[in-house]
Design a protein around this ligand. Structure first.
Ligand code: SF4
Ligand code: FES
Length: 253
C-alpha cells in the first residue's frame, strides 16, 4: 500500500493506483475528458491536471496517468491548476462549441469563451476514446486519427468507408461530445448511404466512418436488434453456433 496526501487528507491505496483514482476514493472531483475507466489512460486532454509536491519542488501532472508515490503531497484545486484547466476548456470550446459536456464544464469552471483561439466548429476534440474503444474493447481497430495538433480528428481510414467497422456503436457510446453520428432505420424506411446509394431498413449508418450495415431482424419477434456484421464477429469470437443470433436476447430467454 502507498500512503499520500491529497488536498491535505491522508489516503492509503494499492501501488499502481493513479492520482485520479486515489482522489476519487476520497470523493474529490477532478474533471476528465479523455479518460474512461474501461480504457487505457493516455493523458491526452490534460484536463485532469493536479499539482504534486516532493521536497520543495512542485510539478503539474495529469492525474489519470500519474501513479501514486509514497509521501507525495497532491493539490487538486490550486489557482495554478484552475487556470490551466480553464485555458484547456477555452481551447476545446473553440474546437467544439456545440459540445454540451464542454459547455457544462465551462459553466462549472467559470470559463467565458473569448476569441483568442480560432474556431473550428467540430464536435470531435480528438480525445481518442473511440479509437481506443474500437481497438481495446471491440478489437477491430476500424478507425484512427488523421492530422495533428489543432486539426487532429478521429476518422475512417483514408476518409473512406471503414471496412473493418462492425457497426457495434461502442465508439458512439464512449464519445464524450456526441461527435459520432449513428442512426438506425427501421424495416420499410429508406436512407441515403455515404456512397450515395439508397439503403433499405432495417439498417445502421455511422456517418463518421462512412458505413451503412444491415441490421439483423429476430426470427421470433421480428425486431431489428444488431448489425449482422457485429453478430457474425461475436459468434466467431465466442465460438457460437451460426444460428445463435437468429433470435434476439429477449426471445432466447
Ligand atoms: S469522435 Fe468523440 S470519442 Fe472519438 S476522438 Fe472525437 S471526441 Fe473523442
Ligand atoms: S482525463 Fe487525464 S489527461 Fe484527459
Amino acid at each position: 500500500m502507498v500512503t499520500l496526501k491529497i488536498d491535505g487528507i491522508t489516503v492509503q491505496v494499492p501501488e499502481g493506483t493513479t492520482l485520479l483514482q486515489a482522489a476519487q476514493k476520497l470523493g474529490i472531483w477532478i474533471p476528465t475528458l479523455c479518460h474512461h475507466e474501461a480504457l487505457t489512460p493516455t493523458g491526452g486532454c490534460r484536463l485532469c491536471v493536479v499539482e504534486i509536491k516532493r521536497d520543495t519542488a512542485s510539478q503539474v501532472v495529469s492525474s489519470c496517468v500519474y501513479k501514486v508515490e509514497e509521501g507525495l503531497e497532491v493539490q487538486t484545486a490550486t489557482e495554478k491548476i484552475h487556470n490551466i484547466r480553464r485555458c484547456i476548456i477555452e481551447l476545446l470550446l473553440a474546437e467544439a462549441p456545440g459540445a454540451k459536456v464542454l459547455r457544462n464544464l465551462a459553466r462549472d469552471m467559470g470559463v467565458t469563451p473569448v476569441k483568442r483561439f480560432a474556431p473550428r466548429n467540430e464536435l470531435c476534440i480528438a480525445c481518442g476514446r473511440c479509437v481506443r474503444a474500437c481497438r481495446e474493447i471491440v478489437g477491430v481497430s476500424a478507425i484512427d486519427f488523421a492530422k495533428r495538433g489543432y486539426d487532429k480528428l478521429a476518422v475512417s481510414p483514408f476518409y473512406e468507408r471503414a471496412e473493418a467497422c462492425i457497426g457495434c456503436g461502442t465508439c458512439a457510446e464512449v464519445c464524450p461530445t456526441g461527435a459520432i453520428r449513428l442512426t438506425d432505420i427501421a424495416e420499410g424506411e429508406t436512407q441515403l448511404a455515404a456512397d450515395g446509394t439508397t439503403v433499405q431498413g432495417p439498417a445502421r449508418t455511422i456517418e463518421n466512418w462512412k458505413v451503412t450495415l444491415k441490421l439483423k431482424a429476430c426470427k421470433e419477434c421480428g425486431e431489428a436488434f444488431a448489425p449482422e456484421n457485429q453478430l457474425a464477429y461475436f459468434s466467431e469470437k465466442a465460438g457460437l453456433p451460426q444460428d445463435y443470433y437468429d433470435v434476439c436476447r429477449h426471445c432466447r430467454t
